[in-house]
Design a protein around this ligand. Structure first.
Ligand SMILES: [Ca+2]
Length: 226
């Protein structure tokens, strides 16, 4: 009996330690740097910069706020021989962020296209220097996968990856913690990646991205963390 109690106590302690790491909780300890639930139809350029790939197929992008959510309705993607080296399409990046340091960023999405690329951008310096978490399901585009990557110039560096994608029929939650090292990614409240990298050590804007996909985004939240 004693052994059973110890076992369950250990499971309980493990649950307490591991589960909250991926949950998005608002608290006074974590200052909200940016939040958007898209409840107001504001012009997108009021607090965002839209950046489309320089080699667009089926563009331009079409970002709109509708029914309390942010939609990207076009099938824009970067085509050409090196399409699968980039998996790029369009970005919607916060104008805020120049004075941000360490933070967590979370967002929810569900797709309305087929099953291509959706992601979150962070420590975004400019269109060619940032980190991203991207996931794609479509086997026709070399999915399924999830990747944590840095973009340095015209080159992506993959820091972590897996062959899991996402279920196109349901909504998903992503959360990235960027507090120095490591960079940590949670997907549907489970930690999936943790990796060290020194290219972009702190701060800067966040964004949403898609590749050949028409996602619906909601509940974007950036909180200071330490
Ligand atoms: Ca909303």
């Amino acid at each position: 009996m004693k052994h059973h109690l110890s076992f369950f106590a250990a499971i309980l302690i493990l649950s307490i330690i591991t589960v909250p790491a991926c949950k998005t909780k608002k608290s006074s300890k974590n200052v909200i740097l940016f939040e958007d639930t898209f409840s107001e139809v504001t012009p997108l350029n009021a607090n965002r910069i839209i950046h489309n790939t320089g080699y667009p197929s089926e563009g331009p992008s079409n970002w709109v706020i509708e029914d309390g959510r942010l939609l990207q309705k076009s099938n824009i993607y970067r085509g050409g021989e090196d399409e699968y080296d980039h998996y790029e399409g369009t970005h919607a990046v916060t104008k805020q962020g120049k004075d941000w340091q360490d933070y967590t960023v979370s967002m929810d999405y569900i797709i309305q296209g087929d099953d291509d690329g959706v992601g979150v951008l962070f420590r975004y310096q400019d269109p060619d220097h940032y980190y991203r978490f991207i996931t794609l399901q479509d086997p026709g585009n070399k999915g399924p996968f999830r990747k944590l990557q840095g973009k340095d110039g015209d080159r992506f560096i993959t820091l972590a990856e897996s062959k899991a994608g996402y279920d196109p029929a349901v909504g998903h939650k992503t959360r990235v913690k960027a507090v120095q090292d490591p960079l940590t990614v949670c997907f549907d409240d489970k930690e999936i990646f943790s990796a060290d990298d020194s290219h972009f050590p702190t701060g800067r804007s966040i964004g949403l991205m898609c590749y050949a996909e028409q996602p619906v985004f909601d509940n974007v939240l950036v909180q200071a963390a330490h």
